[in-house]
Design a protein around this ligand. Structure first.
Ligand code: PEP
Length: 264
């Protein structure tokens, strides 16, 4: 059985000093609970400028698969005159294996549109990493009954990629369903709602080209905490969680990850 995912998105938090404390505490906690935590795929996503620091710290692990390193965003282009950006090949040099594509905060503040996201996905795949395509509806879209319409439009980017990367896209793709109204609000979606939307997403992945024999992990994100993660992970359609705020305290993130391991 595939391991469940616990991905901690540190967003734009931290400093050299606080990251060192956090990752050291995570590594120490991991060693204590290794038998449990080896049953999940744990990933941390620091701000890009701290990837080198995290890579050094994570080298201390006996098994480099224990806590993996991921990135919050990637450039759409391979290289060149793109001031301020960071390419997929650069991320790969820092042992990044997982990359978020289309987090709602990037869509909102960096203006990533469907064509940019398609190119970002392409770069991640070309560098042999796993993309986490983040999709989710806003509060007004939900209220007006447009959730499926919005999610469908956000999944559309996979159609063309499926043709170009037939051999790898579906094996490597991870989808994160993150309703925008649930991110950072403390107002997580209910288990019933999550199950319903996740089942629908799995069906639509088939429509955009996923072969029936492949199961793409669909994660949930949006105010996940140690208090609600068991109920979320009990849902058959949920393959893991993408965690923002609750990933910033090492103890809390370890506890949350252990809860996920127990549902395995
Ligand atoms: C996120 O940023 O992807 C997220 C889910 O944040 P939070 O857990 O804080 O809602």
């Amino acid at each position: 059985m595939d391991k469940k995912w616990v991905i901690g998105n540190w967003k734009m938090h931290g400093s050299l000093a606080s990251n060192a404390l956090r990752i050291e505490a995570l590594l120490a906690g991991y060693a204590v609970y290794a038998a449990q935590l080896e049953r999940v795929s744990m990933v941390v996503l620091p701000p890009l400028v701290y990837l080198g620091q995290m890579q050094e710290k994570l080298k201390a692990q006996k098994d480099q698969e224990n806590i993996q390193l991921g990135a919050q965003l990637v450039a759409a282009a391979e290289q060149g005159a793109y001031t301020g950006q960071c390419s997929a090949a650069m991320l790969r040099e820092f042992s990044v294996s997982i990359v978020l594509v289309g987090h709602s905060e990037c869509r909102q503040y960096l203006g990533f549109d469907a064509s940019a996201l398609g190119l970002q996905l392409r770069q991640v795949l070309l560098q042999g990493m796993r993309p986490v395509l983040c999709i989710g509806e806003g509060a007004a879209e939900r209220r007006s009954g447009r959730t499926q319409e919005i999610l469908w439009a956000q999944l559309d980017v996979l159609k063309a990629l499926g043709q170009e990367f037939a051999a790898t896209l579906w094996e490597r793709l991870i989808v994160a369903y993150e309703p925008v109204w649930a991110i950072g609000t403390g107002d997580s979606a209910t288990p019933e709602y999550i199950q319903q939307i996740h089942e629908w997403i799995q069906q639509q992945l088939g429509v955009v080209g996923k072969p029936p024999e492949v199961r793409v992990p669909v994660l949930y994100g949006g105010s996940v905490s140690a208090a609600n993660v068991r109920a979320i992970m009990a849902l058959a359609a949920v393959s893991g969680v993408l965690v923002g705020g609750a990933s910033l305290q090492a103890d809390g993130f370890l506890e949350l990850s252990r809860c996920v391991a127990e549902t395995q």
